[in-house]
Design a protein around this ligand. Structure first.
Ligand code: 5GP
Ligand code: ZN
Length: 114
């Protein structure tokens, strides 16, 4: 599994940095955001280091499909019966701060529109 030495999300995957993990399997890890922007704020990440959506390769298709298909399941488990929001920030201009691909899953009280 490819890891990046200075990547905090790789460290969470490796168990070197604590996180409130809500789900994990062979391909992905899901944990609570340390600074939640909604009642429920999860981050879903691939175990392998992919810096951003820009770095996703054609042979990651199965991985990203697996992650996307897991999100509705996680939302249901978190009690988000009325809906939820998924966000991927890409690049500095897109608001990406941690350069290990992650999908934000937010919900709880009705979220403000864009
Ligand atoms: P980005 O802006 O890159 O899309 O989002 C990065 C997210 O990671 C932010 O919402 C931030 O609160 C969260 N985050 C940053 N460092 C940590 C950490 O060490 N642990 C956890 N659980 N979340 C983090
Ligand atoms: Zn990483």
């Amino acid at each position: 599994m490819s890891t990046q030495p200075d990547c905090i999300f790789c460290k969470i995957v490796a168990g070197e940095l604590p996180a409130s993990i809500v789900y994990q399997d062979a391909q992905m890890v899901v944990f609570r955001d340390i600074a939640p922007k909604a009642e429920v704020h999860l981050l879903a990440i691939p175990r392998k280091h992919i810096a951003s959506l820009d770095d996703l390769a054609a042979n990651d298709a199965e991985l990203i499909a697996h992650m996307m298909l897991k999100l509705p399941e996680l939302a249901r488990e978190q009690g988000l019966t009325d809906g939820y929001r998924t966000i991927i920030n890409t690049g500095a201009g897109g608001g990406q701060v941690v350069f290990h691909l992650h999908i934000h899953l937010l919900g709880g009280k009705r979220l403000p529109g864009f």
